[in-house]
Every structure is written in structure tokens, then in C-alpha cells.
Design a protein around this ligand. Structure first.
Ligand code: NAD
Length: 281
């Protein structure tokens, strides 16, 4: 992986949740290239360890940890392990997140004829909705409670949350995910203010559309042809393509680099090919 520019995070300890996944696995690899020691946390230990091993094979320092971001005792235990293995946390990337089919309507617009024929708003499963709010919001709040303790008054301490396009304007079908990511943008501002005198900055990245495990079924049919939703996304993304994961790295490096962004606090930066700027007309 080639970084768009170099920053020096030598000896900094970076903790990344959801680091077995597509975007945060890549974030881990990018931050390891800056000299940081990277703790990769994920529910899926194999995925986290595979990404950590790739970093080590390329000369970086990393370790994978099994961690459920919804279980505070578990996060606390992992924090103790990281402190012993790598040192105390300097930079936290809250990446674990996602949607659930149980919190997704089948159609974009409600029509009365759909009642009892398909999953409408009225059929959304309360547990599914709660799961999505928990995973995205509590899954950011709890790791922040646990790791920010280590970051107090540390030079260059920084938290990066992962918001989304649907935080600005909700996307159809996914009310829980949209609401939860709006809450993440709001929480980012809240944390930035709350920790301002404790020396911890907090900002967020709002990725546009990138293909991942969690959204590929919404974007492509089983035979690989683009779904109507996929076509709609591309029509509403002025550059008319999906993002390449590497296109998020520059914003990540900028936000964690004290020299570059020490006065930037509480912002949510869209990296979206113009999607959030486009009204569609
Ligand atoms: P992904 O599904 O590839 O990765 C998510 C990772 O989180 C998975 O490895 C999963 O095992 C892990 N995870 C799930 N529940 C967990 C839990 N309870 N504890 C710990 N780990 C858990 O998804 P991705 O596309 O890489 O998404 C990363 C982040 O970016 C998410 O917050 C997502 O909502 C956000 N996002 C993605 C896109 C996109 O287009 N891919 C767009 C906007 C925002």
C-alpha cells in the first residue's frame, strides 16, 4: 500500500475497532505504515489477526484482538492486554458498525397495497432496530469510555469516528442505520467539546459509497449485475463511480496528524465523490 503522503506516528498506539473489516482493515494497514503500533479489534478474531499478520509481514507492528464493542467488560480486558503488549492508546478509530436486514424496509416508498405483502415500516423488528442503534452508537461510546482514559492529556491524542452519508440526509429503507449514524456525527461534536480541555480531539469521516461485505447484496444481484439501488447511487454521485477504499486514507492521515489538523475538532468530513453536495437536479 502506498500512502498519499507521509506522517510520523512512530511509537504511537492506535486502537481500531472493526479492524477485521474492509475499511478499517485498510485503515490499520495505512496507520501501521506511519510507524504506529496498531491494535486491531474485531468480533471476528481470524479477520483481525489476518490483517495484523499482513502488517507484520510488511515490517509493521500490529496485533489482532477479539473484542465485542458492545461488551464493556470485554473491551476493558482487551485494553489491559493492549497496554501490556503495545502501550497505552494514543489514537482510537471507532470503526465497528453496520446495518441489519431486520431494520430495513423492502420498498423505498410506502404504499398501502404493500401491507402484509412485504416488509414495510410497520414490520420492522424492534430488536433489529435496537441492534443497529447499539452496534453503531453504543459500539462507539463504550470503546471511547474505555480507551479515552488512556488518552487524557497525551500529545496528539485523537478519536476518529465513522459516520456515513445517511447522517446528513437519511437513505431510504434503512431508518435505524441512518438515525444511528446521525447520532455518531452528533456524538463526534459532543466529544470534541467535552474533551477539548483534556487534549483529545474528536473528528469523523463520512464515507460515501464503497463496496463492502455489508452492502454488496444491496448493490449487486446474485449474477453480479447492478441493482436499481446501485444505479441510483451512481447517478447521484457526481463522479459516477464507487469510492476506492484507498481514497479515505488521506483524510484519515490528515485528521490524526497533529501538525496538520491540531485546530480541527468536531468536524465530520464527507469523502463521497460529491454525493452529499448533489441535490440530484
Ligand atoms: P465491514 O462489514 O467490512 O466491517 C465491519 C467490521 O466490524 C467487521 O469485521 C465485523 O466483524 C466487525 N464487527 C461487527 N460487530 C462488531 C462488534 N459487536 N464488535 C466488534 N466488531 C464488530 O464494513 P466496512 O464497510 O468496512 O465498514 C466500516 C465502518 O464504515 C462501519 O462503521 C460502517 O458503518 C462505515 N461505513 C461504511 C461504508 C461503506 O460504503 N462500506 C459507508 C459509510 C460508512
Amino acid at each position: 500500500m502506498k500512502l498519499p503522503f507521509n506522517i510520523d506516528l512512530k511509537d504511537k498506539v492506535v486502537v481500531i475497532t472493526g479492524a477485521g473489516g474492509v475499511l478499517c482493515g485498510m485503515f490499520a494497514k495505512a496507520l501501521a505504515k506511519t510507524g504506529a503500533k496498531v491494535a486491531l479489534l474485531d468480533l471476528n478474531l481470524d479477520a483481525a489477526t489476518n490483517n495484523a499478520n499482513e502488517i507484520i509481514e510488511n515490517g509493521g507492528i500490529a496485533k489482532g484482538y477479539q473484542c465485542n464493542v458492545l461488551d464493556k467488560d470485554n473491551i476493558e480486558k482487551v485494553r489491559q492486554e493492549i497496554n501490556e503488549d503495545l502501550g497505552t492508546c494514543d489514537i482510537l478509530v471507532n470503526g465497528a458498525g453496520g446495518n441489519s436486514p431486520k431494520a430495513t424496509t423492502e420498498n423505498e416508498f410506502f404504499e398501502e397495497k404493500d401491507l402484509n405483502n412485504m416488509k414495510t415500516f410497520f414490520d420492522l423488528d424492534a430488536e433489529g432496530v435496537r441492534f443497529v442503534f447499539d452496534l453503531n452508537y453504543m459500539g462507539t461510546l463504550l470503546p471511547t469510555q474505555v480507551f479515552a482514559i488512556d488518552m487524557l492529556n497525551k500529545e496528539g491524542a485523537s478519536i476518529i469516528n465513522i459516520s456515513s452519508m445517511n447522517a446528513f440526509t437519511p437513505l431510504t429503507k434503512i431508518p435505524a442505520y441512518s438515525g444511528a449514524k446521525a447520532a455518531i456525527s452528533n456524538f463526534t461534536q459532543w466529544l470534541a467539546v467535552h474533551f477539548a480541555k483534556a487534549g483529545i480531539r474528536c473528528n469523523a469521516i463520512a464515507p460515501g459509497f464503497f463496496i463492502s461485505k455489508q452492502n454488496e447484496k444491496l448493490l449487486f444481484s446474485e449474477d453480479g449485475t447492478p441493482t436499481k439501488r446501485c444505479e441510483k447511487i451512481l447517478r447521484n454521485t457526481p463522479v459516477n463511480r464507487f469510492g476506492k477504499e484507498e481514497e479515505l486514507i488521506g483524510t484519515l492521515l490528515y485528521l490524526v496528524c497533529e501538525e496538520a489538523s491540531s485546530f480541527v475538532n468536531g468536524v465530520v468530513i464527507p469523502v463521497d465523490g460529491g454525493f452529499s453536495a448533489y441535490s440530484g437536479v
